[in-house]
Design a protein. Structure first.
Lengths: 307, 234, 143
């Protein structure tokens, strides 16, 4: 793991990093707080117009890292600049959430929703309050209500799919991910996840679908290791699917003709080759397990190739 | 093709000034309308409508990544006879432009005023100021039918259709500069006469224009969805 | 961050293209004045046009941002953490609260509040009962 000492970076680098994280929606709260305190807060005004966005980012990060003092500072600065702003009010609501005053936070969000019913972020925060209180079923219901209006929000669908997974409801989770795929068909993450979920569901059809999804994820993003592993899993030529283990001790193999098995075997060997290439490029320092993994992969290749 | 030679002074004092005038008047119109018109208050129902239309379109475009059952289930949800959203939306009573409603009427009136009056006034002024000569020539040959369009104010029967008079040049500029306005003022500009009716971004919740289009749009999407054959592309 | 050489190339080629356009117009004007039919532009104007066009394309392709794939996966260099993160639904219930001194204070305040509430409720019972309950609760909270 490469760890940077964020207290020592230059101003410009810190600013660029914060911007990148802000745009990608990354959750690295402690590092954001570090960068802010040690690097940027020395001269915040030289950020120009960006400083308000940075302040918002730092405020949320500090709430996440339980730095209530820093959050209060940021909110005060933002309030001084934008006295009647709904966005600042939302941050105050988040601060109340972080200090566990959930009812007050809910009141603020309901007021905001009434004032500006077209802005979807306040409704999402209401759901987040329910999540923070651990009321998963209520949260699921609330997101479903939200999605009846704002239909094409991939974030909400993704969150709903996570919640269904926490409730062990895999088919509904698959449904939500498929919605995400409809909205953003070029996102390899969704396909990978769908592949995982379909493989988890088990059964011949689902495994075929999983294969298709993994291959698509690989096509979009050729550097994706997990899809390679996924292909390895699903292209198992002996057709050994433990899920189909019948009660009378027969291991039901998927009904594959010999030519199909051979094709599957070749695909699996291909996947292993790709994996081996990738692992060989990594130096042992960054991933100390890579030698062990390489040995495993070679062994797998031998067993699969011999079938 | 007779080659008329135009005075270069026409180019400097007529051709370019008309372009410049049209451009600046468009920008002026945009800012004035920003001041005068209040923000469109968007109903939640309209947002939902816009989103469903967008979703129907996405289903058509990206449905090949879903397995057959999922696709059919979604198509069923949208298009089913009694219970599908699109079918239900088509049954809604049509809300045509209601002239009785005072607030809607003032909106319409303001919109029309904003667009028509400057066009007529400036067009007339240009016709009066720059009358008596041809301004420019389109580089390709045209039929006689275009004479009426391009030679407003010039009544010469024998003049080739390619020549454009100053009033017509003004109108040509006005329609042609639309894309320049988009470049300069960003999309959503009021100087653009023909705003797109369709829903753009999912997040901002822009809505279908409540007056005319929803039923036609729903019907279009419904038919398109019915027609599509699902082919699992993976 | 475009270096000045590419910027220079782009500007020079743009000016050269404009110059070509002007010289082509001038050429046609000259031909019209001398009443010669227009056949083609002189070779040097054509050559200058082509060269400046190529130079312009070359310069702009360096000035513009790096090439992107036609169908780009915006998540191709991101981890699962980043790509599957839903920042609008962020909740602040995480371990950092356990490690922060302010929240420790908040927790003790809440506990004291709860103790006071339960003890005031139990005052309706007999004194000894409430005492025993109170003492057992305080031992609980000390754990």
């Amino acid at each position: 793991m490469v760890t940077t000492d964020w207290t020592q970076v230059s101003y410009e680098e810190g600013r660029q990093t914060l911007k990148k994280w802000r745009e990608c929606g990354v959750r690295r709260s402690e590092e954001v707080v570090e960068i802010w305190e040690h690097v940027i807060s020395r001269s915040p005004s030289s950020l120009g117009d960006e400083q308000w966005a940075v302040l918002e980012q730092v405020c949320i990060a500090s709430l996440d890292a339980a730095r209530v003092d820093l959050a209060q500072e940021c909110i005060d600065l933002l309030h001084a600049q934008f006295p009647n702003s709904n966005r600042v009010l939302k941050l105050k609501g988040m601060q109340l959430e972080a200090t566990e005053h959930f009812q007050k936070a809910l009141d603020i969000y309901e007021r905001l929703v009434e004032e500006d019913p077209n802005n979807n972020s306040y409704r999402k925060r209401k759901v987040a309050v329910l999540l923070a209180q651990g009321k998963r079923l209520d949260a699921i219901r609330a997101i479903n209500e939200y999605l009846k209006i704002f239909l094409n929000d991939p974030e909400a669908w993704l969150q709903l799919s996570e919640l269904y997974l926490l409730e062990n409801d895999v088919p509904k989770s698959v449904h939500c991910l498929e919605e995400c795929v409809l909205i953003q068909p070029l996102n390899s993450m969704y396909f990978r996840r769908l592949g995982d979920l379909r493989y988890t569901q088990g059964g011949a059809d689902n495994v075929e679908l999983a294969r298709a999804y993994y291959e698509r994820a690989l096509k979009i993003n050729p550097t994706d290791l997990r899809s390679q592993y996924g292909i390895l899993l699903v292209r198992n030529p002996s057709g050994l699917l433990l899920k189909d283990f019948q009660s009378n001790n027969q291991i039901a193999s998927t009904t594959k003709s010999p030519s199909e098995k051979k094709k599957a075997g070749l695909a699996a060997v291909d996947a292993i080759d790709n994996l081996v290439n990738r692992y060989q490029k990594i130096s042992p320092k960054s991933n100390p397990e890579s030698d062990g993994i390489l040995n495993c992969l070679e062994a797998m290749k031998v067993t699969i190739g011999s079938k | 093709m007779t080659d008329l030679l135009l005075d270069p002074a026409i180019r400097t004092w007529v051709f370019l000034p008309i372009v410049v005038i049209t451009f600046f008047i468009g920008i002026l119109r945009h800012y004035v309308s920003l001041l005068l018109m209040n923000k469109k208050k968007v109903e939640l129902e309209n947002i939902a409508d816009g989103q469903y239309l967008l979703r129907a379109r996405l289903l058509r475009e990206n449905g090949r990544f879903l397995p057959k059952t999922s696709f059919n289930a979604r198509r069923q949800y949208l298009c089913a006879e009694e219970t599908g959203y699109l079918s239900k939306a088509q049954q809604r009573p049509a809300k045509g432009p209601n002239p009785m409603d005072p607030s809607q009427m003032t909106e319409m009136l303001k919109g029309n005023m904003m667009n028509m009056i400057p066009m007529i006034v400036v067009g007339g002024w240009i016709n009066w100021t720059f009358s008596g000569f041809v301004t420019t020539r389109v580089p390709f040959p045209l039929t006689l039918k275009f004479k009426a369009m391009l030679q407003r104010g010039v009544d010469l029967v024998s003049l080739d259709s390619a020549w454009v008079s100053s009033a017509s040049w003004y109108f040509l500029c006005m329609f042609g500069l639309r894309s320049i306005y988009t470049l300069v003022l960003g999309s959503e500009n009021a100087a653009d006469q023909s705003k797109a009716m369709e829903d753009q971004m999912a997040m901002t919740g822009s809505a279908v224009n409540p007056q005319a289009d929803p039923r036609a749009a729903f019907k279009g999407e419904w038919e398109a969805l019915q027609m599509i054959q699902h082919q699992f592309a993976l | 961050m475009a270096s000045t050489i590419y910027r220079l190339i782009t500007i020079v080629s743009l000016l050269s293209l404009i110059h070509c356009a002007y010289s082509a117009a001038q050429h046609r004007f000259y031909l019209r004045l001398t009443e010669q039919p227009f056949v083609s532009l002189p070779a040097d104007v054509v050559a200058q046009t082509v060269i400046s066009l190529v130079a312009l394309i070359y310069g702009t392709s360096y000035l513009a941002n790096p090439f992107q794939y036609i169908k780009k996966d915006q998540h191709h260099d991101r981890t699962c953490d980043e790509a599957l993160n839903c920042p609008s639904f962020i909740t602040f219930e995480n371990r950092s609260k356990a490690m922060s001194p302010e929240f420790a204070m908040l927790r003790t305040l809440k506990q004291q509040q709860r103790q006071r509430q339960t003890s005031s409720r139990k005052e309706t019972h007999s004194g000894r009962v409430s005492e025993t309950i109170h003492s057992s609760e305080s031992t609980d909270s000390q754990e």
